[in-house]
Structures are given as structure tokens and as C-alpha cells.
Ligand binder design. Structure first.
Ligand SMILES: *Cc1c(COP(=O)(O)O)cnc(C)c1O
Length: 396
């Protein structure tokens, strides 16, 4: 911080530590004083290849010298290539690029309502789930099932009745003539890493088919290799109708995607658009990310390192009398069984380690997908020491 800068010039929208990060490389971040931090947050599962990976830096540099944007009213090569690559690797047929996850969710909601207008006699309700997080636009907040959102920005956008995750009867009970879709995160990330079971995803697919409803998976956090498959829905061997991507697809730059099958892809001219949507610069970064991650060896390494990570967390939990380890691939949580998450996060920050506690009694881990076992072991040993210290403080 120099005298020329003040923290006050930014809107104060969240408590932030008085640290300014100036550089990142792989799993490491440096602040202005030269202090180094091991990063197991990675911008909330965003930097899937770590900080400033050469592949993205080169793609951005090359594309910025070639073409920044011709306007979304014209085709550009990177967006065509990225759309084709995503379609080839998934069960979807068409892509619409956005600038954030919430904007992709907004698009999914509009697409479902359009589908309802065209095919379901004006049905518009989208069943979502308690604990869900779908982003911070007004409709995305309304679709979310986050308690803290409930009193905010009333009146909400109507039409999002809430069911319970892994409880098919709670979904069935909400279906009526106005229902057009069911939308869920295959693993509820912000709620504290609560996975939908593969059986539940399969049952939802069957149920939505039976009633002619769209199944929308929000893979903004779980997609792009995070759970060990390119997309999480592939674990359950189902084919949803609509999917949203964000976070990892840009590898650190703002990029989201709305994907749909041919039968669900029903926007007409004038329904959807946006100035920066599908701009070549961000799509070039997305292509660089996908080329590295959509490889059997890369995804196998996520699975192997995830298993190693779970093992280490379970031993740590046993040593300190903590709770269960949840999640899949490299989206993991450790239940602390006590609201000590914020103290752990603060202590870790002092100790040069970035951790996240989405709930006071839960730690969530979302390292870069190319994190090494060595770095996982280093994080575990730092966390071990922090827990020992906090445990000692609690008992004495
Ligand atoms: C982060 C997230 C969003 C919102 O994405 P933004 O890019 O922050 O708008 C939506 N859904 C899920 C599951 C997320 O994890």
C-alpha cells in the first residue's frame, strides 16, 4: 500500500484482511511485503491450473494482439472453437458464453421460462434446493436456498420453490402444472460441500423425463475436472438438458457458459445477448484451460490426488477429534464439529496459508487441479500445527 492508494476507494462489501496480493504462480501467492502464501482457495475454485499459468498467459497475449472483440453480432474463431470443444466433450449441442457464473444461471432461468412458454403452457417454476447457491443477480439469489439471502432485496423473483437435496419425495411434492424445470448443483459448494448422490441424480433425471421437465445442472463449481470427471454429471452417467459453467472454465478470467441440448435450446432472436458475451479474449483463455484439463491423464491425476487428500484429511480429523470428510476429487470439506473455522482461517493467513470456511464449522478445500501431493502434505502439516495450537488454547 502506498499513500496514493486507499482501501476506502473500493466499496466495502466484505471484510478483507489488510493484505494486497501482487503476484501469483501455481499454488503460491505473494503480498506486497514479499510474504508467500500456499493457496488452497484459488479464487474459489477458479484458478484450476493455478495462478498465472503459462498456457493462459500465452493464449491471452496472443489473442490480445490478434483480435479483442468484433462485437457479438459477428462470429469469432475462439468462441466457435471453444463452443465446439465443449459440445464434443459433453451431452450438449449448443453453447452461449457469459461473463460470470450468475449470468449463465440467469440465462438458464430465461431458457427454462422460454421452454415453458413454448412447450408447457406458460409453466415457469423451477424447483431448486435448500442450501443451494446460484449467484448474486436478483434471479440467481432468488433461485438460491441460502438462509442469509432470504431477507435481502425483497421482493425476490418468484417461481423457485425449494426441495431438499437427496430427497426425491420433496421434489415430487412440488411438481405442478406451473413447473418447468429442476435445477441443482451436483455438489452444493457454498453450503459446505454437500454432494447429491449419484442415485439421486439418476432418480431426478428419470422423474424430470417422466413429467417433461428440464433438468438443469449448475456445474459452475463442479465442472471442468474439479470432481475428477470433466463434468460432475458424468459420474452419475446421466444426460441433463441444460448446464451452467463458470469459475474453472476461465482459469482465472471472467468466463461462464450456458449449454443446452437441441430440444432445450429454444431462444429466439432478441431473447438473449450481451456486449462482451463470447468475446475472443476470454474464449481463448477457456480453450487453453480445456485443452489441458480434458485429458484422461490429467483427470486421473485429479482422482488420485483427491484420494490422497481425503486420506490425509481423515487422519488429521482422527488426530484432532474432528468430523467427517466430504466431497469428490479436489472439492473437499472437513467438518470441524465446532465453530472454529474463522479462527483457523485467520491463523492460517498469519501462517502463510489460504483456507476457506464456507460455514463456521466447515473447512472447504479447492486447490488448483494440478496441485501436487507434496503441496497437499505441506498444507496438511501447516493445518495440523494450527489445530494443535487452537486445541491447546481451547483446553487450557
Ligand atoms: C460461484 C457460483 C455461482 C456464481 O458464479 P459467479 O461467477 O460468482 O457469478 C453460481 N453457482 C455456483 C454453484 C457457484 O459455485
Amino acid at each position: 500500500m502506498t499513500a496514493a492508494h486507499s482501501y476506502d476507494a473500493l466499496m466495502d462489501i466484505t471484510p478483507r484482511p489488510p493484505i494486497v496480493f501482487v503476484r501469483g504462480e501455481g499454488n503460491w501467492l505473494w503480498d506486497g511485503s514479499g510474504k508467500r502464501y500456499l493457496d488452497f482457495v484459488q479464487g474459489w475454485a477458479v484458478n484450476c491450473l493455478g495462478h498465472s499459468p503459462p498456457a493462459i498467459a500465452e493464449a491471452l497475449a496472443r489473442q490480445s494482439r490478434t483480435l479483442l472483440t468484433p462485437s457479438p453480432a459477428f462470429y469469432n474463431a475462439p468462441s466457435l472453437e471453444l463452443a465446439q470443444a465443449l459440445v464434443n466433450s459433453s451431452c450438449f449441442d449448443h453453447a452461449f458464453f457469459t461473463n460470470s457464473g450468475a449470468e449463465a444461471i440467469e440465462g438458464a432461468i430465461k431458457l427454462a421460462r422460454k421452454y415453458g412458454a413454448l412447450h408447457r403452457d406458460g409453466a415457469y417454476e423451477i424447483i431448486t434446493f435448500d442450501g443451494a447457491f446460484h449467484g448474486r443477480t436478483l434471479a440467481a439469489m432468488s433461485a438460491s436456498g441460502k438462509k442469509a439471502f432470504e431477507p435481502l432485496f425483497e421482493p425476490k423473483v418468484p417461481g423457485f420453490p425449494k426441495a431438499k437435496l437427496n430427497d426425491l419425495d420433496s421434489v415430487k411434492a412440488l411438481i405442478n402444472r406451473k413447473t418447468v424445470a429442476v435445477m441443482l448443483e451436483p455438489v452444493q459448494g457454498e453450503a459446505g460441500v454437500w454432494p447429491a448422490t449419484d442415485k439421486f441424480l439418476q432418480a431426478l433425471r428419470e422423474l424430470t423425463r417422466q413429467y417433461g421437465l428440464l433438468l438443469i445442472v449448475d456445474e459452475i463449481q463442479t465442472g471442468i475436472g474439479r470432481t475428477g470427471k470433466l463434468f460432475h454429471y458424468q459420474h452419475a452417467d446421466i444426460a441433463p438438458d441444460v448446464m451452467t459453467l463458470g469459475k474453472g472454465i476461465g482459469g482465472g478470467v471472467p468466463l461462464g457458459v450456458l449449454l443446452a441440448t437441441t430440444s432445450a435450446s429454444c431462444f429466439e432472436y432478441g431473447d438473449q445477448g450481451g456486449t462482451f458475451n463470447g468475446n475472443p479474449l476470454m474464449c481463448a483463455a477457456g480453450l487453453a484451460v480445456l485443452q489441458q484439463i480434458d485429458q484422461p491423464d490429467f483427470l486421473q491425476q485429479v482422482v488420485d490426488n483427491g484420494a490422497f487428500f481425503v486420506d490425509e484429511l481423515e487422519r488429521l480429523s482422527a488426530r484432532h477429534g474432528l468430523g467427517e470428510v466430504r466431497g469428490r476429487g479436489l472439492l473437499l470439506a472437513l467438518d470441524l464439529e465446532r465453530p472454529i473455522g474463522p479462527s483457523i482461517v485467520a491463523e492460517a493467513l498469519r501462517d502463510g496459508l489460504l483456507l476457506n470456511a464456507p460455514r463456521p464449522e466447515t473447512l472447504r478445500f479447492m486447490p488448483a487441479l494440478n496441485v501436487t501431493q507434496y503441496e497437499i502434505a505441506q498444507m496438511i502439516s501447516q493445518l495440523d500445527a494450527i489445530l494443535a495450537k487452537l486445541g491447546a488454547e481451547v483446553t487450557h
